[in-house]
Design a protein around this ligand. Structure first.
Ligand code: MG
Length: 176
């Protein structure tokens, strides 16, 4: 059951993607998430690095399609800006947006990859269809994630000192 949440590949960012390996796997189309995968959340502009990455993908023969849960205006504007088709309000992990993207790229689940930063939308949705799923670190949530992790550890230390051998009584209120 948990297998549907597991990506086939985990990368720090899209820039670590090895296009040759994808080709060797028979991948011809790449569905890409937008927010926190290509650019930060609601950021309008693509960096030179991103434009170069998209151009490289195309020159290696890949068809691309952005599939985002964000609103039409946001996705359409970005899509036009970078010259890659986009599907908005996809409601990932629902399958509809993925199918629309594959129809646009003229690919099948067996030769399509999906790249995104969220397990419960990008990876779950992709795995449900049998796509090659690639998880990347979210571009702007790193600090937030770390903060949350630290909070959890703090919480354990404060409320369950006996478990980790810390002496003294819990004094701080619960932080959630
Ligand atoms: Mg995202």
């Amino acid at each position: 059951m948990l297998n549907v949440l597991r990506p086939a590949l985990f990368l720090r960012s899209v820039y670590e993607l090895d296009f040759k390996r994808l080709t060797q796997r028979g991948i011809q189309g790449i569905i890409v998430d937008l927010d926190n995968t290509l650019v930060g959340y609601n950021r309008p502009d693509a960096s030179e690095q991103l434009l170069h990455w998209l151009a490289t993908a195309k020159s290696q023969g890949f068809r691309l399609c952005i599939v985002s849960n964000n609103l039409s205006a946001r996705v359409e504007e970005f899509s036009r800006h970078v010259g890659v088709p986009g599907i908005s309000k996809a409601a990932k992990p629902r399958r509809r947006g993925f199918w629309q993207a594959m129809a646009l790229m003229r690919t099948q689940p067996s030769n399509t990859a999906v790249i995104g930063d969220q397990v419960f939308t990008d990876i779950l949705g992709g795995n449900r269809l049998g796509l090659y799923t690639i998880l990347v670190h979210p571009l702007e949530d790193r600090e937030f994630f770390t903060t949350r992790l630290v909070r959890r550890i703090e919480h354990m230390v404060v409320t369950r000192p006996e478990r980790i051998g810390v002496r003294g009584k819990p004094s701080a209120p619960r932080r959630r």
